[in-house]
Design a protein around this ligand. Structure first.
Ligand code: LLP
Length: 404
């Protein structure tokens, strides 16, 4: 077969010619990020849920440019460390619109967040309440929902580390209410990531409203977290965001009426869905040993296949009759496989540029220096403009920290 045209659901609007030019100009591996796609996704969420507050989960891709775009599009920001907060601070993100998360916030995280005056801290343990002063908070609860995703990404099921159990929530509310300087603004849950079914979120929404009713006190905000799935291959469907907006807001209204509690303001925290499809990773082929096609990156710039058995649909930037190949990385592990059994041109050879789509979320932010490999540059594209957003890491960068 001849390699198929790029599936428009997986690729941003950057032409192959442009991608080839970027590989030649900036080197490989390089992460390419289409600013237009990031902005469009921000608007899609705001338009689908006009009554909700949309906070970008910056763990998906934390850098100044992206956080600035998100700010300009009117979103709020979810940070989960002093480091992610430092990026928000660097672009002057309004503190009121920042939420701090974390199941194990360090004293430094809390100090930085309180000094900046973040709008919400999402409390994840009873102990954390004692560490806060003058703060509006949300309480993260464990909704007890087994989400349809990889076990490592299921954060709403009972018996994992995030959130308070149902009994702890009531104790937490008592302790917060006893503190005049703390205000409980709402409840939070995050059922997991790469969740494909709207029904999972609907169920979470119902459970959370039932919990609000049980608490018997006014709860103004309900944060249902992120987790909106994106397709990584042509075989996977798009997430039904319109269906989410419709069914989740309806479930909240219905349950609130049934329990006779006021309808809370909805907050959501999409990360992946904002940035994933905006990103393409460019590699150069370094060796071919059928069926293995090896490239100059791998698990250090894309940890997801090794961590979650994630699948990708790579392409060469040229067409030709294909055969099934296995795209592997440069790292010293047999598990450093980027994509097994994918169609690539039979005559693929060293020097060819391979492009892997849907790599905007949890790639740059999850990269490592394994094998003393520098992390790739992040190159932004917008209309006719191309510019480096985060430069590639050099050997000098790596050695600078090594002071032994
Ligand atoms: N809110 C909270 C509290 C979270 O923990 C997360 C993600 C999000 C929002 C955003 O979820 P998203 O909309 O991006 O699914 N490294 C994994 C994903 C880990 C997600 C961690 N928490 C991956 O590459 O699939």
């Amino acid at each position: 077969s001849v390699s198929a045209q790029a599936d428009p659901r997986l690729w941003p609007g950057v032409s192959d010619r442009r991608l080839g030019w970027i590989a030649a100009t900036f080197g490989t591996p390089t992460y390419v990020l289409d600013e237009n796609v990031v902005r469009e996704q921000c608007r899609r969420f705001r338009d689908a849920l006009p009554g909700a507050r949309v906070a970008f989960a910056s763990k998906a891709l934390s850098c100044k440019a992206v956080v600035r775009w998100v700010l300009e599009e009117g979103l709020s920001l979810d940070v989960c460390s002093a480091g992610e907060l430092a990026v928000a601070r660097a672009v002057g993100f309004p503190a009121e619109r920042v939420l701090l998360h974390g199941n194990a916030k360090t004293p430094e995280d809390l100090k930085a967040a309180q000094a900046y005056g973040v709008g919400r801290i999402v409390v994840d343990s009873l102990h954390e309440i004692d560490l806060l002063t003058d703060q509006r908070v949300l309480l993260r609860v464990m909704p007890g929902i087994a989400a349809d995703t990889h076990p490592s990404l299921a954060t709403g099921v009972d018996g994992q580390k995030f959130g308070l159990s149902a009994s702890e929530v009531e104790e937490a509310v008592r302790r917060i209410d006893a503190r005049p300087d703390l205000t409980l603004e709402g409840l939070h849950c995050h059922v997991g990531s790469q969740i494909r079914h709207v029904a999972t979120f609907e169920q979470a929404a119902r459970r959370m409203v039932a919990l609000i009713a049980r608490l018997g006190r006014s709860i103004r905000e309900l944060d249902l977290g992120g987790g909106f799935a994106v397709p990584y291959t042509s075989a996977e469907p798009d997430f039904d965001l319109t269906g989410y907006a419709d069914r989740v807001t309806r479930a909240i209204r219905y349950e609130c009426a049934r329990h006779r509690v006021p309808v809370p303001e909805l907050i959501i925290e999409p990360g992946r869905a904002i940035v994933a499809r905006a990103g393409v990773t460019l590699y150069r082929v370094t060796s071919v040993k059928h069926p293995f096609v090896a490239v100059d990156g791998g698990m250090s710039d894309n940890a997801r296949p090794a961590l979650y058995q994630a699948r990708y649909q790579p392409r060469l930037l040229r067409i030709g009759p294909t055969a099934p190949m296995t795209l592997v990385g440069r790292h010293c592990e047999a598990g450093d496989v980027l994509a097994a059994d994918v169609p690539l041109p039979r005559d693929v050879h060293p020097g060819d540029v391979v492009a892997v789509p849907v790599t905007g979320a949890y790639h740059h932010s999850l990269a490592s220096n394994y094998n003393q490999v520098g992390r790739p540059a992040l190159v932004g594209v917008r209309d006719g403009l191309t510019r480096v957003l985060v430069r590639a890491e050099t050997e000098e960068d790596l050695l600078r920290r090594d002071v032994g």
